[in-house]
Design a protein around this ligand. Structure first.
Ligand code: SF4
Ligand code: MG
Length: 334
């Protein structure tokens, strides 16, 4: 459970000095046991910084992270190590993230070096074979090297490696976006089956909305370091409240089976994402929002629940109403 996570980085600006980049600005996030939380947003919105904080690779400037009630940043030594085991990562590019000089078996066993008590030495080989089979590879694949596998197989190795420490949460950062379309579904199925079997939770980071819709129980939409909308995936996808979410959804190809009343017109946003070193006052989306009014420049919008969905929050002064959807959205930029 993350509350108010804030993270800024000092970046050089010119000869005259540096400026601060606001990567995260008061992010609230809850990940429940065994669920998939989809994390959506354009590049530069803070998703990767948030992932690094969740993995404890980055300490927030402000805000709290609680894991089963424990603040992991307050831990030291062995208890810190034990905590780290619980949250693991699957990277976007399985080729770049796997050392080509190590065999698949060595790659999967490597995390045990820093957690030597987890799996007794005598059981490691058997455990590696078991993990390979869990992700749909064969025990004999343990001897092969990353370059001998296809992209999809390499990502399966990445998943087996993440599972080696028996985590409770896996942060998946664009886990299939480097893969061919035909292979994506297979890897997603592996993740889904493992979740059903092991009860592991995923933080599933992706810009691919149909994939997120397929995978996520709940979603959080980020824009310029803030979560602008969050809630049960179906509610957010079929009835977005925040204009930014609506614009993302209108640009996304929809699965052919989707029967929804979501945005039916394409909303093309004007302007670029503002620089995170100089974010707009008030609502950070206001420079690109077709609904923006004076209040949006002066007041930061608070999270408000949807009238018919208390879990569905949007940070907008003028959230989209059901009556806005469809024809009356002529003001949207088409
Ligand atoms: Fe648009 Fe204002 Fe809502 Fe921000 S607060 S999304 S600018 S309407
Ligand atoms: Mg699920």
């Amino acid at each position: 459970q993350a509350r108010g996570l804030t993270k800024t980085f000092r970046v050089p600006r010119s000869a005259s000095g540096s400026t601060r980049l606001h990567a995260l600005d008061g992010v609230d996030l809850t990940v429940r046991r065994g669920e998939t939380l989809g994390l959506v947003g354009e590049s530069g919105c803070g998703k990767s910084t948030l992932a690094r904080v969740l993995l404890m690779l980055e300490r927030p400037d402000a805000g709290t992270l609680r894991y089963d009630g424990v603040d992991p940043f307050a831990l030291r030594g062995r208890s810190l190590l034990a905590w780290r085991r619980r949250v693991q990562m699957v990277f976007q590019d399985p080729f770049a993230s796997l050392n080509p000089r190590m065999s698949a078996g060595e790659l999967i066993a490597e995390p045990w070096r820093s957690h030597p008590d987890l799996v007794p030495r005598a059981e490691r080989e058997r455990r590696v074979h078991e993990l390979l089979e869990k992700v749909g590879l064969r025990a004999a694949d343990a001897r092969r090297h990353p370059q001998e596998f296809s992209g999809g197989q390499r990502q399966r190795i990445g998943i087996a490696r993440a599972l080696a420490l028996d985590p409770e949460v896996i942060v998946c950062d664009e886990p299939v976006s480097a893969l061919d379309l035909s292979v994506q579904a297979q890897v997603l199925n592996v993740l889904t089956e493992l979740q059903a079997e092991l009860g592991v939770a995923y933080v599933f980071i992706s810009h691919d909305l149909p994939v997120v819709r397929h995978m996520a129980d709940r979603v959080a939409v980020m824009y310029l370091g803030r979560v602008v909308e969050s809630g049960p995936a179906e509610e957010v996808f079929t009835a977005p409240r925040h204009p930014y979410t609506a614009s993302l959804l209108s640009a996304a190809p929809r699965p052919p089976t989707a029967q929804d009343d979501g945005p039916s017109r394409r909303i093309v946003l004007f302007g670029e994402v503002p620089s995170p070193t100089d974010p707009p006052s008030g609502c950070r989306f206001r420079t690109r929002c077709w609904k923006a009014e004076q209040v949006c420049a002066t007041a930061v919008p608070a999270d408000e629940p949807a009238p018919d969905g208390p879990q569905h929050l949007a940070a907008c002064h003028l959230p989209i109403q059901p009556s806005d959807r469809g024809g009356s959205r002529a003001a949207a930029h088409e």
